[in-house]
Design a protein around this ligand. Sequence first.
Ligand code: AMP
Ligand code: ZN
Length: 493
Amino acid sequence: MTTPPLKLFNSLTRQVEQFVPIHAGEARVYSCGPTVYNYQHVGNMRAYVFADTLGRTLSWAGYDLTHVVNITDVGHLTSDADAGDDKMEKAAASAGKSAWDIAAYYQRVFEDDLARLNIRKLQHPKATDYVEAMIEWGKGIEDKHCYRIESGLYFDVTTVPEYGRLARAVTEEGEARIESVEGKRNAADFAIWRTTPEGEDRQMEWDSPWGRGAPGWHIECSVMSAELLGHPFDIHTGGIDHREIHHPNEIAQNQAHNCREKSGANIWMHNNFLVDRRGKMSKSTGDFLTLQALVDRGYHPLAYRMLCLQAHYRSELEFTWEGLGAALVRLKRLVMGLRQAQDQWSQEAGLAPPPPTRADGLRAEVTHPKLAPLLEKFENALADDLNTAIALTALEEVLATKKMPKDQKGILALGMMWPLGLMILPREELRLRPAGAQVTEAEIEAELVRRKEARAAKDFALSDAIRDDLAAKGVEVMDGDPLGWDWKLEHFA
Ligand code: AMP
Ligand code: ZN
């Protein structure tokens, strides 16, 4: 078998297309990153799990990957279409801190969350480091595509062919997000530069030909992608909300600057929303779940990654605690199966070498007639617009195989974990243990040792008493649990 061609859904054409790199053997990807004025919620993190799974799939298929996730530390207003307050300035004012401190703090938390989700470390350029380049870009497109009004320099969307073709039809939600700004020629026109109004103090501002002020939000992604990846590059990603305003605006800027009929990237990909009963999880409601909130309830962050992988990135995913619990159990089963496969393999091979992190390397090592087709199924699933749900079942099928050569089974199962961004963890780490629990893990373990000794000495009265005592503290002892868990905390969710 050879590597199956990678097919990806292109939002521009609304079709699945074969990935053909612009530079042979390379893949260059840009993913819109967080606005660092607040914590990222788990909905936002779905966008980065998706981008990471795409990046891993490209690396795994053998492409030399350059992947940028920018940090929006200036320019994003409370409305995506350049009206309302500046998110950074607003957060700084209400916290009584500088906008720069706010940005640094939330960027750090974001990067910690990425690491906890086993998202690979990438370049995270900050928009504020590219303001000069944004001004240069603005100067280059000003004459033919922009006009000045009191609040700044605006882009006239009628000056480029087919504005909005990415969005297709502007939905009611999209329309509602375009607020009117005094003097705009067309509702969809957007700011390249926002001149600071007289009498207003901004913490983040720069000199420009259009007065002192700050760049618009959309210009940063055009500029950073061009600077870091060159236009055109291969793949641009973001959440599906960006298909309506932010990415059409990026495309218009790219067309004005250098791309004419083209958009700046060959493929535009969008992950769908994480929703709950009330709809899309969003920061503006103020009521959202962070990754830390999941951890505080006792869930390992990779349970959330598993939840994301179980759904296709283009479908909505509903968040429920039950769903997260089921994803955690599935992850536990995988980890247990993998540990077994790895232990058997290590016993035969001594200290087992790490599996190849490229598909062709894995294919060369796994030749058994029952295992090779499962690798093929796995590869085909990922190549089919990142069908991680099917890929996961192929991995589970590998673990369920019996009487396989241990090295091949172990190496294959571990090798499949890599593109999915899953990994073997000590099983204790996957135990549900809410941060607010009354009893420590060490105390529980010590009691269980005592109970084991009591049972060995046939002192069942003592053993039962210990179990009851633990139950009174909310700890359920799990004798004979098929997953090998000795205990869990009750009433966790
Ligand atoms: P922001 O920090 O608001 O710029 O958003 C960061 C990323 O998260 C963007 O790619 C958004 O499109 C994406 N996003 C926002 N809300 C959700 C959600 N509920 N589900 C999935 N992705 C989202
Ligand atoms: Zn962007």
